[in-house]
Ligand binder design. Structure first.
Ligand SMILES: CC(C)(COP(=O)(O)OP(=O)(O)OC[C@H]1O[C@@H](n2cnc3c(N)ncnc32)[C@H](O)[C@@H]1OP(=O)(O)O)[C@@H](O)C(=O)NCCC(=O)NCCS
Length: 205
């Protein structure tokens, strides 16, 4: 009863009714999930795996584009992941999101580029962008990571367990576990010292 009272206080009466509707809709369409708020745009659902406790805000878009038949899901969420409003995840090879990952609003995560701009067989600028071959590089976001508001995670990146990415950062390179990274491009600014039991600036202060 207390939980209902608290929820009513937080969302108001209409918000509470809308929440009940969203819960019913979730249980019908996404049986493991906790709450999937609408509108929710999902493309290639068969290649997306949600786990228990999955929660979303509104206006999220999750899309899996399989280039060839594959048994494994392209986008995978561990248990109790929470993504907030307007999160966009676009995968064509592998985007793995571990357990208890918290993703703030307006985050974009992708493992794909339209075309290739380094190495052999580079794309020509005269080729129409949408007709360029998709080039992919898997993305791994390990358990208990927190991505702040507006973060962008680009192909080929691994974010280590329990790390944090600051608001509006663009992650172009992997980040080790237990670190805080920020900026564009994101750089590690702090790491957790288990010896000192506190976050320590990487410049030693
Ligand atoms: C990353 C974050 C957690 C770091 O917090 P903090 O450890 O208290 O950071 P500090 O204030 O000690 O800042 C350390 C340095 O990093 C810089 N910094 C912090 N966050 C930054 C960011 N998002 N982008 C760029 N630089 C950032 C600070 O300017 C400071 O630089 P300086 O040493 O040159 O002055 C926080 O800044 C942040 O971005 N939080 C995200 C909030 C959010 O998105 N909430 C959504 C709710 S789900």
């Amino acid at each position: 009863m207390d939980k209902i009272r608290q929820t009513l206080k937080l969302y108001g009466f209409l918000g509470f009714c809308s929440l009940i509707f969203q819960v019913i809709y979730t249980k019908i369409l996404y049986k493991n999930a906790r709450i999937v708020r609408r509108p929710f745009d999902i493309r290639g659902k068969k290649q997306i795996r949600f786990s228990r406790g999955f929660t979303t805000g509104r206006y999220c878009r999750i899309e899996a584009h399989s280039q060839m038949p594959c048994a494994e899901p392209i986008i995978e969420f561990g248990v109790n992941c929470q993504i907030n409003d307007s999160v966009h995840i676009a995968g064509a090879e592998k985007i793995f999101i571990g357990d208890d990952v918290l993703i703030a609003s307006r985050v974009f995560i992708t493992d794909l580029n339209h075309g290739s701009y380094k190495g052999p067989n580079q794309s020509h600028p005269n080729t129409i962008s949408r007709e360029r071959e998709l080039h992919t590089n898997p993305v791994y976001i390990e358990s208990n990571v927190w991505l702040g508001e507006g973060v962008v995670v680009l192909p080929g990146v691994r974010i280590g367990q329990s790390s944090i990415v600051g608001a509006n950062s663009v992650v172009t390179r992997s980040i080790p576990a237990n670190s805080i990274a920020a900026g564009n491009p994101a750089r590690v600014i702090k790491q957790f010292s288990f010896e000192r039991n506190e976050w320590v600036n990487v410049n030693g202060e």
